[in-house]
Design a protein around this ligand. Structure first.
Ligand code: NAP
Length: 255
């Protein structure tokens, strides 16, 4: 079985879905040559499990990246570029995000802006800064079509960002979070349209409602199960699914 991609970068990989993505990629039957596991504070207490993984698997490289701090994104690009040594980056997974449960009563402009900064501006800036390395990977692949093994940007979205399904908001208002994921979906579609001609696939994925700090213990899905599904979906992506909004089982979701 061919690896999903030779080089993969994951943001927010110190816990939750990001950490499990790195773990399953590293422990899979055909692991990528490079797994760039990025997080805000790799040396801090929250990075311990990720540090242990990196100590066990030499292809897991720990890199600092805070999606709202441009200097750290640029520094991460430099580290990745030097480690890839002239080769491109195949797969960027914009996973890191924050939640906010603010209702109409509690929401304040600062909260909206802070969530947008992390969940929308952050992933877009990360994609923009890694674009030269993604383009390089697409060029090297020298093949028709689009895929994660060639060059791809995956944005971790949420069903909560679906405008069509938004009538359920009274159960969970989350104005900043829902609006940010709807915006991230639009960013994904714009990137997909603009980057398909340079051979880069862009897709938004909803991981399901998952037992993580964000999803809480009430969630029905384990992180292992969600990530197994996500990795299977990623390996199936093609020209037909660039710009799509899919869930962890590959089902198309309403915008
Ligand atoms: N869990 C669910 O049920 C669910 C459902 C739908 C969508 N999602 C989406 O799936 C993704 C992963 O969620 P999760 O459940 O694993 O969440 P989580 O357990 O809360 O983990 C969030 C991750 O994002 C990181 N992060 C926060 N701000 C960041 C920033 N500025 N730059 C880089 N990383 C940052 C966190 O790092 P720190 O440790 O430094 O805070 C952490 O690693 C998110 O995009 C989320 O919106 C989750």
């Amino acid at each position: 079985m061919a690896p999903l991609a030779q080089s993969v970068l994951v943001t927010g990989s110190n816990r939750g879905i990001g950490l499990e993505l790195v773990r399953q990629l590293a422990e899979g039957p055909d692991p990528p040559q490079y797994i760039f596991a990025t997080c805000r504070d790799p040396e801090g207490p929250g990075g311990k499990t990720l540090r242990d993984l990196a100590a066990k698997y030499p292809n897991v490289r720990l890199i600092q990246l805070d999606a709202v701090n441009l200097a750290t994104i640029k520094a991460a690009v430099q580290v990745v570029e030097s480690q890839l040594n002239g080769r491109g980056l195949n797969l960027l997974i914009n996973n890191g995000a924050i939640n906010s449960h603010d209702s109409l009563q509690s929401v304040a402009p600062q909260q909206m802006l802070s969530v947008f900064s992390t969940n929308v501006a952050g992933p877009l800036q990360v994609a923009k800064e890694f674009l030269p390395l993604l383009k390089e990977a697409a060029k090297e692949a020298n093949m028709e079509g689009l895929s994660c093994s060639k060059a791809a940007i995956i944005n971790m979205s949420s069903l909560g960002g679906s405008i069509e399904l938004g009538f359920g908001i009274l159960q969970a208002p989350m104005y900043p979070y829902r609006a940010s994921k709807a915006a991230l979906n639009m960013v994904t579609r714009c990137l997909a349209v603009e980057l398909q001609e340079v051979g880069i696939l862009c897709t938004a994925i909803h991981p399901g409602w998952v037992k993580t700090d964000m999803g809480t213990e009430k969630a029905p899905l384990t992180v292992e199960c969600s990530v197994q599904g996500i990795l299977k979906v990623l390996s199936s992506l093609s020209q037909a699914t660039t710009g799509a909004f899919l869930d962890w089982e590959g089902k198309t979701l309403p915008w």
